[in-house]
Design a protein around this ligand. Structure first.
Ligand code: ADP
Ligand code: MG
Length: 625
C-alpha cells in the first residue's frame, strides 16, 4: 500500500488557499482565458489590455513562434507559415484534411499515424502543436496576471466534437503544460455563465455565431446537469461571410468586376472593420485606396441588413432543424443565449428574437461568455467553492455500451458525457420465440467487444415468445453522481424487467484509460473493417436462420425440388464464406441468396394472404403481424 504523505511542520499548505484555475475558450477565430477572482468571473487581458487573442499562429524561420494579432497581420504576406482556424483541423486524419484543405494555403504532410502535419519554415507542425501554442500564450498570460502556477484549466469544445477532436484538444493542453480539469461543451459553458445551471429545470437554445462557424445547441437542464438534446449549425457560416458580403458590395459600388487576391484580402479586412462599426453606428464612411482602385462613399445599417439577411435566414433554418431533432416546438424553449462575436450585429439579435419570440440573453459579452462560463466551472472543480456549492457535473472517462450480435460494441453513453446521466436504447430479439436476452455491459472505445473491457453480464428472462424483431427491449444505462452505473433491461410489451449495478469509473487506472484511447485512435481503421465483417456475419446468420425456418414450414409445398436444392446450395455456400473473413464475399453470397429466395418469399406471402382472406374477416387483418 502506498504510504500517506505528511508535510514538514510549517510547510503545510494553508488550509483555505485558493487554487488558481482558469477557463479557456479555444475558438476558431479568437481565444480567451478567464478566471474567478473575488467571486466574479473576468477575462484576463494581455499587456496592451486586449482580452481577445486571435487564434492565429505564425512560424518564422529560425525565429520561433508568433501568436495573436501580430500573426494575423501576416496572414496575407506569409500565408503558408501563418496558420489560422486550426481548430477545424483538430482530430482529423490526413484524408479529411486533404478535402478540407483544398482551399487552404498550407502544405500538408502525412505522418505514420495518419495525423496531418503542416509544413512551415520552422518545421512540420501538427494541428495539436499549433493549438498548444495558442494555449501556451493564454496560460502564460494567466500565470503572470494571477501571479502563480495554475492548478488546472477547463477548456471548451463545440458540443458536436467527437472523441478524436476532444482528445486532440486535451493533447494540445498537455503539450502546453496545462492540467485539464475537464473539457466543457461551449454551449454548456455559456449557460453556466448565465447561471442557468442554478435555475429551474428548463430547455435552453444556445445560438453561437462566431467568425467562421455557426452552432445551435438545444440543452435540457435537469437536476443540475445539462443534457445536449440536439446540435446543428453550419461549419462554413459566420462573421467572415458578413465581411464577404460587404466587400462584394463595395466592389459593385466601385464598378470593379474582380480584383486580385491581395486586394480582395485587403478588402475583407476593411469590410470587417466596417461591419464592426455598423454595430454601434447607423452609417459608416468608407474610403478605399488600394493598388488597383480607389473609392469613397458610405454604407448604412439598412443596406448592411439587406446584405446579411440571407445569411441570417440560413441560421434560422438550422435552428428549426435543431428544434425538430430535439422534438420541440419553438415555444417550448425557455431561454435563448447569444454567443459569439457576430451576435453583436443588431440585425442578428432582432431576427433571432423574432424567431424564438423572446428577447435573447446578451448581457454578458457574447465573445467572452464561453470563457467566463468555463472559468466558473474551473473554480468549482479546483475546490474553491464551499462544499454545498460543489458541482454535480462530472464526466465518464470511457464510453459505456452493450454487446450486440457479432461481438460488437454499441455505445449507449459516450465518454466525456457529464454525470449523472441516464440513456436508454431499444433492442430486439434475434430469433423467433427467443425468451431470454443476455445483456453484456462493456466499457471502451473500440468497435469489437473483445478489445474493450467487460464490466458485467446479466440476463433478462421471461420475454413472451414472439417472432424475431417483434420484442421491444429497452436497456437503460444510468450513472449516478458518484460514478456508479446501473443497467436495467425491460421488455416493453410485457413489462418483464431485470437489472444490475456495476462500478465503472473506479475500475480503470489513468494509464489504462490513456492506453485504450491511444489504441482506439491507432486501430480505428482496422476496427471499422472488423465491424463491417462482424455485421455481415450477423446478417448472414439472420438470413440463413430465416430461410431455414421458412423452408421447414412450407418449402416442400411451395417450391419445386429443383428450386429447393438451388436454395440449399446457396445456403451452404453462404455458411461456408461466412466462416471466413472476406466481407465482400459474404455480402455477395447474401445478395445471391436473397435474389434466389425472393420467389419463395413472394409465394409465401401470397399463400398467407390467401389463407387470411379465406379464414378471417377483412377487419381483423390489420391486427395480423
Ligand atoms: P470564434 O468563436 O469563431 O472564435 P468569435 O466568437 O470571437 O469567434 O467571433 C468572431 C467574429 O465576431 C468575427 O467575425 C468578428 O468580426 C465578429 N465581431 C466581433 N466584434 C463584432 C462587432 N462589434 N460587431 C459585429 N461583429 C463583430
Ligand atoms: Mg466561439
Amino acid at each position: 500500500m502506498a504510504l500517506m504523505q505528511i508535510s514538514e511542520p510549517g510547510q503545510s499548505p494553508e488550509p483555505h488557499q485558493r487554487k488558481l484555475a482558469v477557463g479557456i475558450d479555444l475558438g476558431t477565430t479568437n481565444s480567451l482565458v478567464a478566471t474567478v477572482r473575488s467571486g466574479s468571473a473576468e477575462t484576463l487581458p494581455d499587456e496592451q489590455g486586449n482580452t481577445i487573442l486571435p487564434s492565429v499562429v505564425r512560424y518564422v524561420a529560425d525565429a520561433g513562434v508568433v501568436v495573436g494579432s501580430e500573426a494575423r497581420a501576416a496572414i496575407f504576406e506569409d500565408p503558408k507559415n501563418t496558420i489560422s482556424s486550426v481548430k477545424r483541423l483538430m482530430g482529423r486524419g490526413i484524408s479529411d484534411v486533404k478535402t478540407l484543405g483544398e482551399c487552404l494555403p498550407y502544405e500538408f504532410i502525412a505522418s505514420e499515424t495518419e495525423m496531418p502535419y503542416i509544413r512551415t519554415d520552422n518545421g512540420d507542425k501538427s494541428p495539436v502543436e499549433v493549438s498548444s501554442e495558442i494555449l501556451k500564450v493564454l496560460a502564460a498570460r494567466a500565470r503572470e496576471t494571477l501571479g502563480g502556477e495554475l492548478s488546472g484549466a477547463v477548456i471548451t469544445v463545440p458540443a458536436y466534437f467527437d472523441e478524436a477532436q476532444r482528445q486532440a484538444t486535451k493533447d494540445a493542453a498537455k503539450l502546453a503544460g496545462l492540467h485539464v480539469y475537464r473539457l466543457l461543451n461551449e454551449p454548456t459553458a455559456a449557460a453556466v455563465a448565465y447561471g442557468l445551471d442554478k435555475g429551474a429545470e428548463g430547455v435552453h437554445a444556445i445560438y453561437d455565431l462566431g467568425g467562421g462557424t455557426f452552432d445551435i445547441s438545444i440543452l435540457h437542464l435537469h437536476k443540475g446537469v445539462f443534457e445536449v438534446l440536439s446540435t446543428g449549425g453550419d461549419s462554413a457560416l459566420g462573421g467572415d461571410d458578413f465581411d464577404h458580403a460587404i466587400a462584394n458590395w463595395i466592389l459593385e459600388q466601385a464598378g470593379q468586376a474582380c480584383v486580385g487576391n491581395d486586394v480582395a484580402r485587403q478588402l475583407m479586412e476593411i469590410a470587417r472593420g466596417i461591419k464592426e462599426q455598423l454595430t454601434d453606428n447607423d452609417n459608416v464612411d468608407i474610403n478605399i485606396a488600394t493598388g488597383c482602385f480607389s473609392w469613397a462613399g458610405d454604407i448604412s445599417r439598412d443596406t448592411f441588413n439587406n446584405l446579411v439577411d440571407p445569411l441570417i435566414v440560413k441560421t434560422v433554418r438550422a435552428c428549426k432543424r435543431a428544434l425538430r431533432d430535439a422534438g420541440l416546438s419553438v415555444d417550448e424553449i425557455d431561454d435563448v443565449v447569444m454567443v459569439g462575436g457576430s451576435t453583436r450585429v443588431p440585425r442578428v439579435r432582432e431576427k433571432i428574437a423574432e424567431f424564438f419570440g423572446a428577447t435573447p440573453m446578451c448581457d454578458i459579452d457574447p465573445d467572452k461568455v464561453v470563457a467566463v462560463g468555463a472559468s466558473i466551472q474551473a473554480d468549482m472543480l479546483a475546490g474553491n467553492k464551499p462544499d454545498d456549492e460543489m458541482v454535480l457535473l462530472d464526466v465518464i472517462p470511457l464510453s459505456l455500451g452493450i454487446e450486440t450480435m457479432g461481438g460488437l460494441m454499441e455505445k449507449i453513453i459516450q465518454r466525456n458525457t457529464t454525470i449523472p446521466v441516464a440513456k436508454a436504447q431499444e433492442f430486439t430479439t434475434f430469433k423467433d420465440g427467443q425468451t431470454a436476452l443476455a445483456v453484456h455491459v462493456i466499457q471502451g472505445e473500440r468497435e469489437l467487444i473483445s478489445d474493450n473491457r467487460s464490466l458485467a453480464r446479466f440476463e433478462l428472462r421471461g420475454i413472451p415468445p414472439m417472432v424475431a424483431g417483434a420484442a421491444r427491449i429497452r436497456v437503460t444505462y444510468q450513472v449516478d453522481a458518484d460514478g456508479l452505473l446501473s443497467v436495467s433491461a425491460k421488455e416493453l410489451t410485457s413489462d418483464v424487467e431485470s437489472s444490475v449495478q456495476v462500478k465503472p469509473s473506479y475500475g480503470l487506472s489513468d494509464n489504462e484509460v490513456t492506453r485504450m484511447l491511444k489504441d482506439s485512435f491507432e486501430f480505428a481503421a482496422g476496427d471499422k473493417d472488423a465491424r463491417a465483417l462482424a455485421e455481415e456475419q450477423v446478417e448472414a446468420d439472420r438470413q440463413l436462420e430465416a430461410i431455414r425456418q421458412a423452408l421447414n414450414e412450407n418449402g416442400d409445398v411451395l417450391l419445386t425440388a429443383e428450386e429447393c436444392s438451388e436454395l440449399h446450395a446457396l445456403m451452404d455456400k453462404l455458411s461456408l464464406v461466412r466462416r471466413g473473413d472476406d466481407t465482400v464475399a459474404i455480402r455477395k453470397a447474401i445478395d445471391e441468396l436473397n435474389t434466389t429466395s425472393e420467389v419463395f418469399a413472394s409465394r409465401r406471402m401470397d399463400q398467407s394472404i390467401n389463407q387470411a382472406l379465406s379464414g378471417q374477416s377483412i377487419d381483423s387483418l390489420g391486427e395480423e403481424k
